[in-house]
Design a binder for this molecule. Structure first.
Ligand SMILES: Nc1ncnc2c1ncn2[C@@H]1O[C@H](COP(=O)(O)OP(=O)(O)O)[C@@H](O)[C@H]1O
Ligand SMILES: [Mg+2]
Length: 366
């Protein structure tokens, strides 16, 4: 039984089509990630589900009815859409008590939800002095007041530190474990992949995929990471074979949406020297790429900035080889410690180039 059901949803703002023909369902007892690049139509869809925006066409049902027809909306669905305002001088507890009064709930519920989000110790402190992470927990507490069967959070991880994200992750798992439905949006596919059971992926207002994460990541080819002293020729061979990808560094190329089984024979046939080759990924980005043909930019970048498929970034934009540690400075082999004691030997890892070589970038973007 679906707790949220979106059918044929379309929303136009003038000439802008924010959502087009979108259909998906959210199951209870699971965390569903509503994922896609910025501008994909996620917030618009969530606002329609919550009765805040009227769709141009289609329906969005919560527990089988449109939001506005729910007998007790706060008990059916709790939501945190975007930074709401607090009276800065009001304590966290008083803020929630006001919300209780507005929703016709007993004021004692405020302390219960404060405990659920771990804010009991600061219940009497002014919300205006809260850190971003504490404010987000307070907003979450507000969404939980009605003990809702459905929790909807729009980009809840934005601005949270790793600790905050880890806490949120375990909280959402716990809440779904109570048999509730959790729907969270995110433009960061990889981050959300660790949190959610199911994904609904959108791009340009349209559905890209709707499936359990494991099913989706297993459905598509992985990427292949290749280290070669003739990377430029390697890229030529890959491009000629219709494969797209990006440089990870001067001598490392990642071919996307393919397999080592496909790439190996191709490079052998073209006599490309290979020093390393490994399958990587099987990630949601790979699935997104395979489904849309777009390169998904992980960083916080507006959607227009994807690297176009087929275009390898020229090696010149990476750190020139001369800045790597020259071979002469490595410790000569004779000075290594005998096996078993290698771990403590400084310079053992001297073959690693200094940081900043571009290996941490995604999509070949420096
Ligand atoms: N009130 C609005 N008026 C006009 N355009 C809007 C409005 N709300 C959203 N849009 C547009 O609809 C598209 C989808 O936006 P949004 O739902 O916020 O995407 P997301 O949350 O996935 O980033 C964007 O192109 C956005 O500019
Ligand atoms: Mg949004």
């Amino acid at each position: 039984m679906a707790t949220i059901e979106v059918r044929g949803l379309t929303k136009r703002f003038g000439r802008v089509v924010a959502v087009e023909g979108l259909s998906f369902a959210v199951a209870p007892g699971r965390v569903t990630g509503f994922l896609g690049p910025n501008g994909a139509g996620k917030t618009t869809t969530l606002r329609i589900i919550l009765g805040l925006v009227k769709p141009t066409a289609g329906t969005a049902l919560v527990d089988g009815v449109p939001y506005r027809e729910l007998p007790f909306p706060k008990r059916s669905v709790g939501a945190v859409l975007e930074a709401t305002s607090f009276y800065p001088s009001r304590s966290a507890r008083d803020h929630l008590r006001v919300l209780c009064a507005m929703a016709g709930l007993a004021s004692g519920r405020a302390d219960e939800v404060l405990a659920m989000v771990g804010l009991t110790d600061v219940a009497r402190r002014r919300a205006g002095g809260f850190s971003l992470g504490m404010r987000q927990r307070l907003e979450l507490a507000g969404a939980l007041l009605g003990d809702p069967g459905v929790l909807v959070l729009d980009e809840p991880a934005n601005g949270l530190d790793p600790q905050g994200i880890a806490w949120l992750r375990s909280f959402l798992r716990w809440y779904a474990g109570l048999g509730r439905a959790v729907l969270i949006s995110s433009h960061l596919l990889s981050e959300a992949a660790q949190t959610v059971d199911d994904v609904v992926i959108v791009a340009g207002g349209r559905l890209v995929a709707s499936a359990p994460v494991s099913e989706l990541t297993g459905r598509f080819p992985v990427s292949v990471r290749i280290r070669s002293p003739e990377a430029q020729r390697l890229v030529g061979v890959l491009s000629a074979a219709g494969l797209r990808g990006h440089y990870e560094s001067n001598d490392v190329v990642v071919a996307e949406g393919t397999t080592t089984e496909a790439v190996g024979p191709l490079l052998a046939a073209n006599s490309v020297v290979v020093q390393e080759m490994a399958a990587v990924g099987g990630t949601l980005e790979d699935a997104f790429l395979a489904l849309t043909g777009q390169y998904y930019q992980l960083a916080n970048q507006p959607s227009g900035q994807y690297q176009p498929p087929g275009q390898y970034q020229p090696p010149g934009q990476y750190q020139p080889p001369g800045q790597y540690q020259p071979p002469g400075q490595y410790q000569p082999p004779g000075q290594y410690q005998p096996p078993g004691q290698l771990g403590s030997q400084p310079g053992r890892d001297g073959s690693v180039p200094p940081s900043g070589s571009g290996t941490g970038s995604v999509g070949g973007m420096p």
